[in-house]
Ligand binder design. Structure first.
Ligand code: SAM
Length: 224
């Protein structure tokens, strides 16, 4: 397949086929995972999540086509937002632009960037101790293999700001060098579906956000 046809095709199956040829992860379209986290953060039960992202440089790994990573970061008043998405970066850019336009005056605008790099390349080029990282729907079947996954997990540990969390919802990325807490929450628009959410961080993050975490855990009781 012509490289350009695969990258910019209107048909997601052509993008999937292109991603198979590249061997750096699969262009599975997703759509619901980041959205569920965003919508949960807007509920009373999930509202404490907003304090975890407040003021942070938020990076979403595998942001997909929809603007919900930006929406989450903006609703949390993050410092800025980067969507890392190698296969749908053109669609992601347009989605964020539309979200910003449609929600002007409702959600405060924050600076953002869309990166077309894959997550390993992106993180490798970031400095130590800087980011708050979000991944939704990044299951093992999305990534090219165990070696790639381990490298990404090590880069998450290296680049994560000491007082910030790696927020991993419906995701198998699980950095072993960080402490974590496992939670569950119902999708606000489809409560029959319960999402698993892990917050990974170091001592500073758990110390700083201990109160918020306790409240999130209290609110999530009954779903774990
Ligand atoms: C299941 S979708 C989830 C998308 C989005 N988070 C959502 O919930 O709608 C997985 C996403 O990861 C992206 N992806 C696949 N391999 C990747 C890689 N190596 N680096 C970054 N993103 C990748 C895919 O293109 C796809 O958009």
């Amino acid at each position: 397949m012509n490289e350009r046809d695969g990258v910019f095709s209107k048909d997601w199956r052509a993008r999937l086929s292109h991603s198979r040829e590249r061997g750096k992860g699969f262009a599975a379209p997703g759509g619901e995972f980041t959205r569920a986290l965003y919508e949960w953060a807007l509920t009373e039960e999930g509202s404490e999540l907003r304090s975890l992202l407040h003021g942070q440089r938020v990076v979403e790994l595998g942001a997909g086509m929809m603007p919900y990573g930006y929406a989450l970061a903006a609703a949390c008043q993050a410092k800025n937002f980067v969507a890392v998405e190698p296969y749908y970066s053109d669609v992601q850019e347009i989605s964020i632009q539309s979200f910003v336009k449609e929600n002007s005056g409702i959600v405060s605008r924050i600076p953002y960037k869309v990166s077309g790099q894959d997550m390993l390349d992106y993180l490798t080029n970031e400095p130590d101790d800087l980011l708050c990282i979000v991944a939704c729907g990044i299951e093992d079947c999305i990534l090219p293999g165990a070696d790639y996954k381990l490298k990404v997990e090590r880069e998450i540990e290296r680049t994560l700001k000491p007082d910030a969390f790696f927020v991993s919802s419906h995701s198998d990325l699980c950095p072993q060098g960080l402490d974590s807490v496992l939670l569950s929450y119902p999708r606000p628009l489809n409560p029959a579906v319960v999402e698993r959410l892990r917050l990974h961080g170091g001592k500073d993050a758990f110390d700083l956000h201990g109160g918020a975490l306790a409240r999130i855990r209290g609110n999530a009781k009954g779903y774990s």
